[in-house]
Design a protein around this ligand. Structure first.
Ligand code: GLC
Length: 584
């Protein structure tokens, strides 16, 4: 094996963990699946109103089959006032008219299945919309009523009850409680909302709430969905008595979980970080065990994936014990900087934590809540998760560096055993949109923080399909609910299709090779002898080398299967990943 010409190498740097077996367990499809996230508002608009819809998705599904993904996950398309992009559901068993009808969903699912794509839908159990019939009934009903008991209503503190019941803050900014008014207009009880005030938290200690969500699961399972992505799967159960949180929530959009595994926090991560009284309570597991039993009644490996911002990884692995969910998003991986030591550490920790409970690891770099990784990996200042980037942000990303690192990071991710998530548009190399006009922004974070945090609109801009069509093919009328940047013409899918070296072709070929070489399953073996800024590993017969440093790395002799940048001779430049079949 040839060695990097970086002289900073020390014995510690090669003392990476021993080979780790992964994808334990059976042959269920989701253990190694590449799952493509569709954010319906921004994927494709068939009716021309500027908002994506289900018919638009159906019409574009062949592009995803050609890309080579195994499944799609649809962010919510249910009835919703859209105060939080559909994560505020007013009817879990119907499609919002802006997206179409239940029949449109049936057609979408049928087409997806014809194309060999599984369909995962989003389930939002922590809260409903304030326009859900249950909440409207609760507001109209007296204190202490059965209707109120589905949510978390409490009397205020202080003489007049005008101090909120505790000090919890909303993830989107501001306090997590809103006071109601009695029928005569006088101030009444408060209700809890960990997110926007239009998203009241349900009370999961109430059996009626549990029964209702089993009904909702069955509604979609009966229609043939292949799985559920479970929103805020760490939040459903609150600590008894709703005590004040000693360390109030600040910063990160999801509660500061998912701390990157840097050496500084390594010691801390060995012990469990303090658990806020609303995240990661033990009681959530019983709920998922019940759901597991429901899914197991159905044929065909139906799956559950947890959105749980919980750390450290061994704690997160509790969500995917054999009798609970199947996968959990690996946000520790998403939050890891583009640095060799941190990447090696998080890969090893992920494989061992999930492997210990018989679950595959997942890998994810972007989604609808975070700054797109083509920008995030080249930010020049701290950017707390959920803050977003806007015209006045410090430390804007370095553009060419961002896309270069994103391509390298994606190529590393797609080689790893387990299941990988791809967010719509990352396959086109889309960057975060920074200069959205203030009045176009819709994320509640933007409003609740008085513009202090830009929020997540910049990763939700409608995606480009055809360089010269109106709205780049997103909508036949050219309308878009968020404006698209002019530079996106050259990133449109048709401008990249079949173009050697394009990001689209990089993803397409990576997925083809991943399948051909069975990369999603099996074990990794670390390759010793590289400098600490290099991640070098073998999966099956494929050698993967990612150079996060500045110095070119000499590569072993062999056939280059795929590279995130053009290679000259046998050296791997900075911020580049290569897949090789080593000779001999
Ligand atoms: C999840 C979703 C996010 C939403 C929040 C509240 O984190 O991914 O988009 O705002 O839950 O439902």
């Amino acid at each position: 094996m040839t060695i990097a010409d970086d002289t900073s190498q020390t014995p510690e740097q090669v003392a990476d963990p021993a080979p780790v077996a992964t994808t334990p367990g059976g042959d269920e499809w989701w253990r190694s699946a590449v799952i493509y996230q569709i954010y319906p508002r921004s994927f494709a608009d068939a009716n021309g109103d500027g908002m994506g819809d289900l018919a638009g998705i159906t019409a574009r599904l062949t592009a995803l089959a050609e890309l080579g993904v195994d499944a799609i996950w649809l962010s919510p398309f249910y009835r919703s006032p859209q105060r939080d992009g559909g994560y505020d559901v007013s009817d879990y068993c119907d499609v919002d008219p802006i997206f179409g009808t239940l029949e449109d969903f049936g057609r979408l699912q049928e087409r997806a299945h014809e194309l060999g794509l599984r369909v995962i839908v989003d389930l939002v159990p922590n809260h409903t919309s304030s326009e859900h019939a249950w909440f409207e009934e609760a507001l109209a009903a007296p204190e202490g009523s059965r209707e109120r008991a589905r949510y978390i209503f409490r009397d205020g503190r202080g003489e007049n009850g005008d101090v909120p019941p505790n000090n919890w803050e909303s993830v989107f900014g501001g306090r997590a409680w809103t006071r109601t008014a009695r029928p005569d207009g006088s101030p009444g009880q408060w209700y809890l909302h960990l997110f926007d005030e239009s998203q009241p938290d349900l009370d999961w200690s109430n059996p009626e709430v549990r029964a209702e969500f089993v009904r909702i699961l069955r509604f979609w399972l009966d229609r043939g969905v292949d799985g559920f992505r479970v929103d805020v799967a760490h939040g459903l159960v609150k600590e008894e008595g709703l005590p004040d949180y000693a360390k109030p929530l600040t910063g990160g959009s999801m509660g500061g979980a998912g701390v990157p595994l840097t050496p500084e926090i390594e010691a801390e991560a060995a012990q469990e970080p303090p658990t806020p009284p609303y995240w990661g309570q033990e009681g959530v597991h019983e709920i998922y065990r019940e759901w597991r039993r429901v899914l197991d009644e159905y044929e065909g490996d139906r799956m559950l994936v947890a959105e749980a911002w919980v750390d450290p990884l061994p704690k997160l692995a509790k969500w995917v014990r054999p009798d609970e969910m199947d996968q959990a998003f690996n946000f520790a991986y998403l939050e890891t900087p583009w640095e060799g030591p941190a990447l090696r550490r998080v890969i090893a920790d992920s494989l061992s934590a999930f492997g210990a409970v018989g679950a595959p690891s997942t890998w994810v770099l972007s989604n609808h809540d975070v700054v797109r990784h083509a920008s995030r990996l080249a930010l020049t200042a701290e950017n707390p998760q959920g803050a977003g980037i806007g015209p006045n942000s410090d430390g804007k990303p370095i553009p060419d560096l961002g896309i270069r690192r994103a391509r390298a990071a994606s190529l590393l991710m797609l080689a790893l055993p387990g299941s990988a998530y791809v967010y719509q548009g990352e396959d086109l190399g889309l960057p975060e949109v920074i200069d959205l006009p203030d009045e176009a922004r819709q994320d509640p974070t933007w409003y609740r923080t008085g513009g202090e945090r830009y929020g997540r609109d910049g990763c939700r801009v409608p995606i480009p399909w055809e360089a010269s069509a109106p709205a780049y093919g997103f909508s036949p009328t050219g309308r878009t609910w968020l404006p698209q940047p002019e530079e996106w013409a050259e990133l449109a899918r048709d401008a990249q299709q079949g173009v050697p070296g394009s990001t689209l072709e990089l993803y397409r070929r990576a997925l083809e090779l991943r399948r051909e070489h069975g990369l999603g399953r099996g074990a990794i073996e670390w390759l010793p002898g590289y400098s600490e800024q290099v991640v070098a590993l073998v999966v099956g017969e494929v050698t993967v080398v990612a150079n996060t440093g500045e110095t070119p790395v000499e590569l072993p002799a062999g056939e280059v299967l795929l590279s995130s940048e053009p290679l000259s001779e046998a050296a791997l430049p900075a911020d580049t990943t290569v897949w090789l079949r080593v000779s001999g």
